[in-house]
Design a protein around this ligand. Structure first.
Ligand SMILES: Nc1ncnc2c1ncn2[C@@H]1O[C@H](COP(=O)(O)OP(=O)(O)O)[C@@H](O)[C@H]1O
Ligand SMILES: [Mg+2]
Length: 314
């Protein structure tokens, strides 16, 4: 197949995406595909339209890539693409909307409030958030990834600082109750048969699983399966699968959760284009299920070819 790998782009996760894209490229070449990689820019549309590609592999993270925009571009070009569709991608990038939809479906999501801070941050907002959600609380940009712009606030002053920081990355800011527990992530493949990958526990050297811990070798490690009771593992897997189905994900997604002392799995977010280096979380969990990195990339490309596109009827 002739595959266009889309990577880079303009989000704050650009560097991560360049790594994901490079490794996907190598994997697809090893599988015998003709691969052309694009660092997404304004010319990419023309190149894709004229290139005679069989498929686009979307290895873009964050806004303007993981969020339905590039998926929409592929739809318009009638170019098959990997992973989630337009609606699902747009919904999952927006943590506030995803939370609302998941809550409706009965998934446990931490209590939350979202505020538009375009016109500035009201002076009484930190106090209202503390009154509503308690301390500590988590403040994050609604549409971001890689823990960019996130604060765990332990006082009203820290909430105020957190709102300013998050507001630099998105004019919509999400405040959430802080959940204490074991941090896990669950990859799901649906190419198209749905397969919940083994639970992966994240052990971070830093107090928060932040950008540094995520991308510096040795600063975090993975334990598969997660060291939680079997009943909690089953509950977390069920919750991840319900989240995936509810948000209409396709191809793949990775659900981030925290499991508390009672065994309740609290869903933090669903990543529709999770990190795709060989050492990333979803590829690691896939490997534990007997699917190596090359096979994972191959499955996603094959699924792209058989998916029903949004404009493709049913
Ligand atoms: N409500 C919360 N309670 C406890 N920790 C949280 C909460 N929200 C986020 N975190 C911590 O911050 C990290 C990043 O948050 P997440 O919502 O997954 O956003 P992203 O990975 O897109 O930046 C999580 O992996 C977790 O360590
Ligand atoms: Mg996350």
């Amino acid at each position: 197949m002739k595959v266009a790998v889309l990577k880079g782009g303009r989000s704050s996760e650009r560097e991560v995406s360049l790594n994901s894209g490079a490794q996907v490229e190598a994997a697809l070449r090893r599988r015998g595909h003709e691969v052309i990689a694009f660092d997404l820019d304004r010319e990419t549309w023309n190149s894709l339209a004229a290139g005679g590609f069989d498929c686009a592999f979307i290895a873009l993270h964050g806004p303007l890539g993981e969020d339905g925009t590039v998926q929409g571009l592929c739809e318009l070009l009638q170019l098959p693409y990997t992973g989630c569709g337009v609606l699902s991608s747009a919904l999952c990038i927006d943590k506030a909307m995803a939370n609302r939809v998941l809550e409706q479906a009965g998934v446990d999501v931490p209590a939350h409030q979202e505020h538009d801070v375009r016109e500035g941050i009201p002076g009484d907002l930190p106090g209202r958030l503390v009154a509503g959600l308690g301390l500590p609380l988590v403040v994050k940009p609604t549409r971001q990834g890689s823990t960019v712009g996130l604060t765990i606030a332990r006082s009203e002053e820290e909430v105020a600082d957190g709102l300013v920081l998050a507001g630099r990355y998105d004019y919509r800011v999400l405040a959430q109750r802080f959940v204490t527990g074991v941090e896990i992530t669950i990859g799901i493949l649906a190419t198209p048969e749905l397969q919940v990958l083994p639970t992966l526990e994240i052990v971070s050297e830093n107090p928060v699983y932040d950008y540094d811990a995520k991308y510096t070798a040795g600063k975090s490690h993975h334990v598969i399966p997660a060291r939680i009771p079997e009943s909690a593992r089953r509950a977390a897997a069920a919750s991840a699968e319900l989240s995936f189905r509810t948000l209409r994900c396709e191809g793949m997604a990775r659900v981030d959760l925290i499991v508390d002392a009672q065994g309740t799995p609290w869903v933090l977010e669903v990543n529709t284009v999770p990190g795709l280096t060989e050492l990333s979380l979803l590829p690691d969990a896939a490997r534990a299920a007997g699917i190596d990195f090359d096979e994972l990339c191959e499955r996603l490309v094959r699924h792209a070819r058989v998916r029903v596109m949004e404009g493709g009827g049913g």
